[in-house]
Design a protein around this ligand. Structure first.
Ligand SMILES: *[C@@H]1O[C@H](CO)[C@@H](O)[C@H](O)[C@H]1NC(C)=O
Ligand SMILES: *[C@@H]1O[C@H](CO)[C@@H](O)[C@H](O)[C@H]1NC(C)=O
Ligand SMILES: *[C@@H]1O[C@H](CO)[C@@H](O)[C@H](O)[C@H]1NC(C)=O
Ligand SMILES: *[C@@H]1O[C@H](CO)[C@@H](O)[C@H](O)[C@H]1NC(C)=O
Ligand SMILES: *[C@@H]1O[C@H](CO)[C@@H](O)[C@H](O)[C@H]1NC(C)=O
Length: 227
């Protein structure tokens, strides 16, 4: 048997949309879910939950089920209507899922899917979208890859276009151990060897990393040829 709220809704549907109709979803069987989603910047991400038979669904940017923040509205047998908060990069599928193409940092945040199911079911799903950046491979700058004089100061510089990253240094493919002679600049993107000794000869690499990815520069052979 259908509840009074749903019957009321069906009546209202003739003149108004489901949106205005379901102003008190508390009367329905409500369920709420939170889902974490991560996507790399520039990728496409699918936000979806398994949906049983439904009457309509709405997507919102943010946590509020309010038409000001609507991305899309779909009512069975009608067309998907885009709302104020559509970025133009969403694809809305008729099973209730939403694909965001070419994800940007501004897309990070909460998305809310509101589903009006059959038999008075009312489902809210909050998707927490985290957008991360894959770091690019850094490269190393060095004044002289071959040192011919004593008391030489060697400065390795790690070059990267990325921000919000950490620098790591490697010697002969193992994490470099800092010493009195081997120090890093405050931002850690420069390695200073002062003075340079024969034991410092070997293969150097710098690495950059963020919470999601890390890359190392190509190995660079550094040699001392003084006697
Ligand atoms: C969503 O729409 C509101 C107006 O309805 C606007 O103020 C806000 O900036 C929009 N947000 C996004 C992420 O498009
Ligand atoms: C969309 O936003 C504009 C202003 O940004 C506002 O005038 C309009 O009422 C909003 N539409 C909806 C459906 O919220
Ligand atoms: C993705 O978005 C960036 C800016 O946010 C833009 O420069 C780039 O052209 C877009 N790529 C595609 C395939 O749309
Ligand atoms: C090494 O290069 C840096 C910049 O890359 C420069 O500032 C510095 O003067 C150079 N040192 C020597 C000894 O050439
Ligand atoms: C740094 O020190 C650790 C512990 O002593 C050692 O295992 C590692 O090999 C050292 N790294 C390099 C590059 O020598």
């Amino acid at each position: 048997m259908e509840s009074p709220s749903l019957l009321l809704c069906k009546g209202l549907l003739l003149t108004a949309s489901l949106l205005t109709c379901w102003t008190s979803p508390a009367m329905a069987r409500r369920s709420t879910k939170e889902i974490q989603v991560s996507a790399a910047k520039g990728a496409r991400v699918l936000l979806s939950v398994p949906v049983e038979s439904f009457l309509s669904f709405n997507w919102y940017k943010g946590r509020e089920e309010h038409s000001d923040f609507m991305i899309a509205h779909y009512e069975k047998t009608q067309e998907v209507k885009l709302g104020n908060n559509s970025s133009g990069r969403e694809e809305i599928y008729l099973d209730g899922s939403m694909m965001i193409k070419n994800v940007t940092q501004e897309d990070a945040g909460i998305y809310t899917l509101e589903i009006f199911g059959t038999h008075d079911r009312y489902e809210i799903t909050h998707f927490h979208l985290q957008v991360y950046k894959i770091v690019t491979q850094p490269y190393m700058l060095l004044n002289n890859t071959v040192v011919r004089k004593r008391r030489h100061v060697s400065v390795f510089t790690c070059v990267t276009p990325d921000t919000g990253i950490e620098f790591n240094w490697f010697f002969n493919y193992k994490p470099l151990n800092l010493t009195e002679r081997t120090t890093l600049s405050p931002e850690k993107h420069k390695l200073i060897i002062n003075p340079t000794w024969r034991v410092d000869g070997g293969i150097y690499q710098c690495g950059v990393s963020n919470a999601f990815s890390s890359r190392r520069s190509n190995p660079l052979l550094f040699a001392m040829v003084y006697g």
